[in-house]
Design a protein around this ligand. Sequence first.
Ligand code: ADP
Ligand code: MG
Ligand code: MG
Length: 209
Amino acid sequence: MDVLSAATLVTWINRAADVYEREKAYLTELDAPIGDSDHGENMARGFLAVKAKLADQSFPDAAAVFKTAAMTLLSTVGGASGPLYSTFFLSAAVKAAGKAELTLADWTACLDAALAGIVQRGKAALGDKTMIDALSPAADALRQAAGKPLAEALALSAAAAETGMKATIPLVAHKGRASYLGDRSVGHQDPGATSTHYLLKALADVAAA
Ligand code: ADP
Ligand code: MG
Ligand code: MG
């Protein structure tokens, strides 16, 4: 595939919901030492609700899919991650407005906007041990992959998110609940960076299928 249709985006979000359901216990386990042990439940509950909403209707364009995801995540996920993932999709929706399908360049603009939106909302910077540490390198990798086949670019982006996720382990947290621990947050992988990696990996997998 060389573009992401609205139907492909629905497939992506459904796949992400399945991944979060499967990895629920692991994500919650990551949130135990540096948070409040709910990240897996939050992500699984939120994306299950999005999956149900998406099954209910058909979508004319990419922005409509993203808006539905944003609204549903905001109303079903509390904590830090609900509003932040909602912002991810709402920011992407702005760039996807009026587009029946997304080219690689379109999706790159969406991911850049999603990153900027989350930074604006959560005020975290790269290296603060948050989802930004997976998202920012993923957006960089996507920009650098301009002109490559879509599936290859998405795979590079997901791989960069994974590297960023792993790189959160030695970091001291400066935002969110983990920041309450100060230096004791060192040695733990950030749950939100992990769920961001899963999200982008699910998209790469859908595009490769
Ligand atoms: P809560 O901590 O409120 O229970 P979750 O456990 O669902 O929420 O999500 C925690 C994740 O949210 C963290 O691992 C981190 O990646 C992310 N996070 C927290 N605060 C911020 C922030 N200000 N900016 C970006 N991401 C953040
Ligand atoms: Mg939590
Ligand atoms: Mg919580």
